[in-house]
Design a protein around this ligand. Structure first.
Ligand code: G6P
Length: 575
């Protein structure tokens, strides 16, 4: 949901910012821009399009200067066009500013800015003009702090002013992520850590409502009341290579293959304290969005099996249907730890004890929860979540069944990855279809939901997933000659009932593609992917790997960039 980066130091700002924007592009990719300050003058270049194209067409890296800001956009207010791309100027080009979030009171603020000329339709530009107005009366620090105090809604902001003799970077955050990168003789800010990884491993996660001023020699942080405050510096041990494609054509493919290695790291994650909490509660609510919701659903099934009253909620709806109290344990699952819907739902559960399951150390979700479990899956860059889904499942399984039960997991993932060639052969067939259905039963249903989400988000083919028993209650009317039905058919207690559903679909002409270890099911399928001999407990892991690969290869077959699906962003920081 928009990526921001800022730099101040002795290095070439335009180069550092352009590189950082490339690593932030997963947050939004409809427009991009950069502004650099040199000799009290701004140079600004921006346009609609992706970072790679726009930065080379507009020659971003030819801009000179040691301080600057950049932004990659996922439109909220205003169509995708050059004017609405960030950064934005004030009237007199004394201020330049980039924003991620939604300024909810921008219309009201705009009314108070008589005589100001606006160049865009964005809510963000108003902040540049308020800063300009405040600079007429106040010092740059005071003008910035006063500007931020007037804003409603959510924001991560990075701004510069020609009025500031010290040439510093002014930043602030509320309900949108912004992290400070602490370097030697240089400072950074960005929406996410990978953008700064080549330069530093020391980071400060700003708290909600914090503002900060960064110079090449250091930083000052102010709390929401404007008081100077210290915030903890954390050190991450992520290797820069994990945020690179490493020879793969796309991040998504690399991250699918990474699963074999990262799963071992995930299994070392500390889960004991959370497990003690889970054991104490009878009623458990699990909140999440997107892919993480499918993990939440699986978690709720497994907890219910253990006799808990467990329910998974789509985070954005929790406020309407959830009734958490002090007897309810609330678990939030979020790869980024910054999804606005999840944070909002977690805050709604104010009376409950909370556990966060996330991949992002120091993220907002960890700060509003009583306990955190880290996935330790390394940064995930592809918009379509893959390795963090299997990591979430591994954490859930570790909590429910214990680590010993997962000793064969790494090997199983490695074996399933070997089916890529077979998947690649099926891909052209599916690439021509306009509808695809996924069916499963029992605990495998959340995996079918996830496979379907993966498929639709990166292939743009309409796809739906159902518990197999539901076909006859409506969906069969859509099954005609040649319609692909992908069946998640491991040889567990669901198979005999699923076999009936396969026959129902086949009788209407469905093209059955199965993932199975049952020879009979493989025989009646048009094509089949083989699950190796494994502990039935691990079937969900065996199923998801070929289905992630399938979505990827169909996407490639259709000429789509799976790392940049249209209209989507990896981290959605608006509600
Ligand atoms: C976005 C992404 C999805 C992701 C969802 C939840 O919609 O495109 O891939 O599953 O957000 O993200 P989270 O970081 O909370 O797991």
């Amino acid at each position: 949901m928009c990526g921001i980066i800022g730099y101040v130091g002795l290095g070439k700002a335009s180069q550092i910012i352009t590189d950082g924007l490339k690593r932030l592009e997963y947050r939004g990719y409809d427009s991009v821009g950069i502004a650099v300050l040199k000799n009290k003058k701004f140079e600004l270049r921006k346009d609609k399009g992706m970072v790679g194209e726009v930065s080379s067409q507009l020659e971003f890296t030819t801009m000179d200067g040691n301080i600057g800001i950049g932004h990659t956009r996922w439109a909220t207010h205003g169509v995708v066009c050059t004017e609405n791309a960030h950064p934005h100027f004030d009237c007199n080009k004394t201020v330049v500013l980039a924003h991620n979030g939604v300024i909810e009171n921008f219309l009201q603020l705009k009314k108070g800015l008589n005589g100001h000329k606006f160049s865009s339709e964005t809510d963000s530009e108003v902040v540049a003009h308020i800063f300009e107005e405040n600079l007429k009366l106040l010092s740059p620090e005071e003008a910035f702090l006063t500007t931020i105090s007037s804003l409603g809604g959510s924001y991560a902001i990075a701004a510069l002013s020609t009025n500031d003799p010290e040439e510093r970077l002014f930043i602030a955050r509320r309900n949108s992520p912004l992290i400070i990168g602490v370097g030697k003789g240089e400072m950074f800010c960005a929406s996410d850590i990978p953008a700064m990884l080549p330069y530093t491993r020391s980071f400060i996660h700003l708290e909600e409502g914090d503002r900060a001023i960064l110079s090449k020699s250091g930083y000052t942080i102010y709390d929401p009341e404007g008081k100077k405050i210290n915030r903890e510096i954390i050190t991450v041990d992520w290797n820069f290579d994990v945020a690179q494609k490493g020879g793969y054509s796309h991040f998504m493919l690399k991250e699918i293959h990474d699963q074999e290695h990262f799963i071992g790291q995930t299994l070392h994650s500390e889960t004991d304290k959370a497990k003690v909490m889970i054991d104490k509660f009878e009623k458990i609510h699990i909140l999440a969005a997107g892919t993480s919701y499918h993990s939440a659903l699986l978690f709720s099934y497994l907890l219910s099996e253990k006799g808990k009253i467990a329910q998974a909620f789509v985070a954005s709806d929790y406020q309407f249907i959830g009734k958490p109290d002090e007897k309810t344990l609330v678990i939030a699952i979020s790869q980024s730890g910054e999804t606005a819907d999840v944070l909002q739902a977690l805050r709604y559960a104010s009376k409950s004890k909370k556990i966060a399951i996330t991949n992002t150390i120091g993220s907002t979700i960890t700060r509003i929860s009583d306990e955190t479990i880290l996935l330790n899956a390394g940064p995930e860059v592809g918009v379509a979540a893959t390795k963090t889904f299997t990591s979430q499942m591994a954490i859930i399984y570790k909590i429910i069944y214990g680590k010993v039960k997962l000793s064969a997991l790494q090997k199983l993932i490695a074996t399933m990855l070997e089916c890529e060639e077979s998947v690649r052969k099926i891909a052209p067939l599916l690439a021509k279809k306009s509808n695809v259905f996924f069916i499963a039963r029992g605990k495998n249903v959340p995996i079918a939901y996830e496979a379907s989400l993966k498929f639709k988000e990166i292939t743009y083919i309409s796809s739906e997933a159902y518990p197999g028993g539901e076909l006859k209650h409506g969906t069969l009317s859509l099954i005609t000659e040649g319609v692909p039905v992908i069946v998640l058919a491991p040889n567990d207690q669901t198979l005999s009932k699923l076999a009936g559903n396969i026959q129902e679909a086949k009788a209407r002409g469905a093209m059955i593609l199965s993932i199975t270890d049952d020879p009979e099911t493989a025989k009646i399928s048009y094509q089949s992917i083989q699950i190796p001999k494994c502990d039935p407990l691990l079937y969900p892991f065996a199923l998801i790997i070929p289905l992630q690969l399938l979505a990827y290869h169909v996407s490639i077959e259709r000429g789509i960039n799976p790392d940049r699906p249209r209209n989507l962003a990896k981290s959605v920081t608006v509600e």
